[in-house]
Write a protein that binds this ligand. Structure first.
Ligand SMILES: *[C@@H]1O[C@H](CO)[C@@H](O)[C@H](O)[C@H]1NC(C)=O
Ligand SMILES: *[C@@H]1O[C@H](CO)[C@@H](O)[C@H](O)[C@H]1NC(C)=O
Length: 268
């Protein structure tokens, strides 16, 4: 009996990530972005900083435990005070049902973060207290170490739209289909060439259907075989010419290259 109970708990635990209560709308494959179904990407967070007494959205991120958020290193500045909005849909509504704001305890920026060559663009935010998980606040699944998705794998980028510094942001959470572009294609001359390493994933950027609606630091969400959603990328950089430029896919930090680093930091 005990064995069965324990096994059931393990199974329940295994499926308790990447599993939205409100399923995302995947029936649309439109050009550009579209409004997400409210709370259908419940690990998506809004990273906000305080300026002149007002909290401002600066980046996206993903909840990976009830106390840790994964985002991009380039989103973090030593001099700012941050908070994390969880369960958000419409950013212009401060007190939204199902949402909370969490204070930050510590931020771990990757030790080898290199802002000049944009290497190791990954950071973990430890919240001051664990958040209560709910229908609107859930954790994403992480992929296994080393997993590489094939060309055209159908992933979705989500966010409020600040994909580039000072770009516009949307009121409500956006989603966009962003198929994977293989490393061999993405690193071609004329594409990203030496800018892209094997610790990155490229997606979108065919100049036709690629969406422009992520946020720096936000998730590249990819479906797993068991029906859950895995966090395969962290929005890192793109073309300064815009979001849907041929041969210039969005470049993500490849989460599956940093599983050991993530596990080390979340145990601190
Ligand atoms: C999904 O998207 C399609 C096309 O944009 C739309 O017609 C439909 O109403 C959406 N479904 C939901 C549940 O939002
Ligand atoms: C977001 O909230 C604002 C303020 O309540 C409202 O004016 C706006 O229409 C909302 N946006 C959407 C897309 O629902």
């Amino acid at each position: 009996m005990l064995g069965i109970t324990v096994l059931a708990a393990i199974i329940a635990c295994a499926s308790s990530c990447g599993d939205p209560t409100y399923p995302p709308n995947l029936s649309t494959r439109v050009v550009g972005g579209e409004d997400a179904v409210p709370h259908s990407w419940p690990w998506q967070i809004s990273l906000q900083y305080l300026r002149d007494g007002v909290w401002r959205h600066t980046c996206g991120g993903s909840l990976i435990t009830d106390r840790h958020v994964l985002t991009a290193a380039h989103c973090i500045s030593d001099t700012l005070t941050y908070r994390v909005g969880l369960g958000k849909y419409n950013l212009t509504v401060e007190d939204e049902e199902g949402s909370v704001y969490a204070d930050v305890e510590t931020i771990y920026v990757h030790e080898k973060w290199n802002p000049i060559f944009v290497r190791n663009d990954i950071a973990i935010i430890k919240l001051a207290n664990p958040v209560e998980l709910s229908d609107t606040i859930k954790v994403a699944c992480l992929p296994e170490e080393g997993v590489i998705l094939p060309q055209d794998y159908p992933c979705y980028v989500t966010g409020w739209g600040r994909l580039w510094t000072d770009g516009p942001i949307a009121d409500v959470l956006q989603q966009g289909l962003q198929p994977v572009v293989s490393h061999s294609t993405c690193s071609k001359w004329g594409w990203w060439f030496l800018m892209v390493t094997k610790s990155m994933v490229c997606a979108g950027g065919d100049g036709v259907i690629s969406a422009c609606n992520g946020d720096s630091g936000g998730p590249l969400n990819c479906p797993a075989e068991d029906g859950s959603w895995q966090l395969h990328g962290i929005v890192s950089f793109g073309s300064s010419e815009g979001c849907n430029v041929a041969k210039k896919p969005v470049v993500f930090t490849r989460v599956s290259a940093y599983i050991d680093w993530i596990n080390e930091k979340i145990q601190l």
